[in-house]
Design a protein around this ligand. Structure first.
Ligand code: FES
Length: 119
């Protein structure tokens, strides 16, 4: 039996791997900062800090994103379950309660909405 026998939506020349590649979910991150709101697309597994900087959103990161300063701390307004689990560096810096997370240590796995700190 050919793969295409079970797949009525894609022509026979596409394999299941190609179909998966082009149907990958793209997380969206909404940033609230300095009185503005901006929604951007992210790659699965990027940190909040990486996403902000890649999209021209000013986010403090005094220690260079190494989890040693807390200047990248943000508040998660929506989507806490779409983030990576809190890690040891966050806990060592005292970021242990929701909705606070360190942007440089928190990977995005789905749609989220975050508020950046005004420093
Ligand atoms: S940039 Fe320093 S803790 Fe995140």
């Amino acid at each position: 039996m050919e793969l295409s026998d079970n797949c009525r939506f894609f022509p026979a020349q596409y394999s299941s791997i190609q179909v998966f590649k082009y149907s990958t979910f793209v997380p969206k991150v909404t940033f609230h900062y300095a009185g503005q709101v901006k929604t951007v697309e992210a790659q699965d597994g990027q940190t909040i800090l990486q996403i902000a900087l890649d999209n021209g959103i000013p986010m403090e990161h005094a220690c260079g994103g190494n989890g040693f300063c807390t200047t990248c701390m943000c508040r998660v307004k929506e989507g806490m379950t779409h983030l990576s689990p809190r890690n040891e560096r966050e806990e060592n810096m005292g970021i242990v309660d929701d909705p606070e997370r360190l942007g440089c240590q928190t990977e995005v796995q789905g749609d989220v909405e975050v508020e950046l700190s005004d420093w």
